[in-house]
Write a protein that binds this ligand. Structure first.
Ligand code: ADP
Ligand code: MG
Length: 329
């Protein structure tokens, strides 16, 4: 089973949309697919028409479950489509990583998700081919667990300046965490919410692809309001609006991932080159200086999680507006 985590500590960049859309496409291609929702906001359930009030067990319960007790996967999993199962989350997952939430005291607290996925997978009648993990918009013990469980990371990046700058920091964080876990993960950037009519967005995308051809996925997810609508109807885009841009873009991404991420075992996964972050920072800074000086005022400071800190000490890095940063003017 290939495990792919979708990570970005910035909210609204298309993590959940990517998770749901890809899961649906893999399943239609006859890959047995497990979608794990690790975001306490539980948007995967909503986006796939699973009512939160009827969820009896969530992925957090599975992470806390004692090894010697059987895990009742029938109460955990929802069959949301042919070949597609959802392990949902609930609001209470937010408490899990708090000091008294239960996870901190457990042995192997960074590997509980990996173990839960293994247990779900062992209990399945037909083994899963691929597992997608939709992460919360923070870097804490939950995301750390996702990283420890995954072989591949997708970082969705909106093609706007702030998001690109945040993305380079995000990749740095992912890499330092992976180093601490002694793991090699393949980190790929997925351009999302792209407006092909915006010159700045096009330039940012071109520059990113030119500099990092091995790390930027060659498919781009364009802005498409039907993707937003699909969520409110509880359907993946390939079912809700199969002829839309959104469906076409995710379809191409899905096919590309099947070929390059080792989901289809008859194909060799590719070896993505290491991303040179220094280059990424300077590429973005250079472009912004040239094209759009006004956006710099509210840029976030680049900050990498401390490598030696325990996972519990990793900051919830959602937003840090920078009075500290005084570029331009
Ligand atoms: P995240 O999980 O990173 O917070 P979401 O996938 O929930 O992001 O997306 C945030 C919002 O943007 C949602 O309302 C979603 O429907 C919408 N959205 C995501 N991708 C697109 C897109 N390509 N075009 C238009 N709207 C999108
Ligand atoms: Mg989300």
């Amino acid at each position: 089973m290939r495990v792919i985590a979708i990570i970005n500590q910035k909210g609204g960049c298309g993590k959940t949309t990517t998770a749901i859309s890809l899961a649906s496409i893999f399943a239609k291609r006859n890959f047995r697919t497990l979608l794990v929702d690790l975001d306490p906001q539980g948007h995967c359930a909503a986006g796939l028409a699973v009512p939160e009030s009827r969820i009896e067990l969530d992925i957090g319960d599975a992470m806390l479950a004692a090894e010697e007790k059987a895990l009742d996967t029938n109460r955990l999993l929802w069959r949301v489509g042919r070949n597609l199962d959802l392990a949902p989350s609930r609001m209470k997952l937010a408490g899990l990583e708090a000091p008294t939430g239960g996870l901190q005291e457990l042995p192997n607290k960074e590997r509980r998700l990996q173990r839960a996925i293994e247990r779900v997978s062992d209990a399945a009648r037909v083994p899963y081919d691929v597992c997608l993990i939709d992460c919360p918009p923070s870097i804490g013990l939950l995301t750390y667990n996702a990283l420890a469980a995954a072989k591949e990371i997708i970082v969705p990046v909106e093609t706007s300046y702030f998001s690109l700058q945040g993305a380079s920091r995000q990749v740095a964080t992912v890499r330092s965490l992976a180093r601490r876990l002694g793991m090699r993960v393949r980190t790929r950037l997925l351009p999302t919410l792209h407006d092909p009519n915006s010159t700045l967005a096009r330039d940012l995308l071109d520059e990113l692809k030119r500099r990092f051809p091995a790390n930027v996925i060659p498919m781009t997810i364009r802005f498409d309001t039907l993707l937003k609508e699909a969520v409110s109807f509880g359907q993946p885009i390939d079912e809700y609006a199969p002829d839309s841009f959104g469906a076409a873009d995710y379809q191409s991404l899905g096919e590309w991932m099947i070929q390059h991420a080792g989901i289809d075992r008859s194909l060799e996964p590719d070896e993505a080159e290491a991303l040179e972050l220094g280059d990424l920072h300077s590429a973005i800074d250079m472009m912004v200086e040239k094209r759009s000086p006004t956006v710099i005022d509210i840029a976030e400071p680049l900050q990498e999680a401390p490598i030696d800190a325990p996972p519990s000490a990793i900051v919830n890095g959602t937003h840090r507006h920078s009075g500290e940063m005084s570029h331009g003017a």
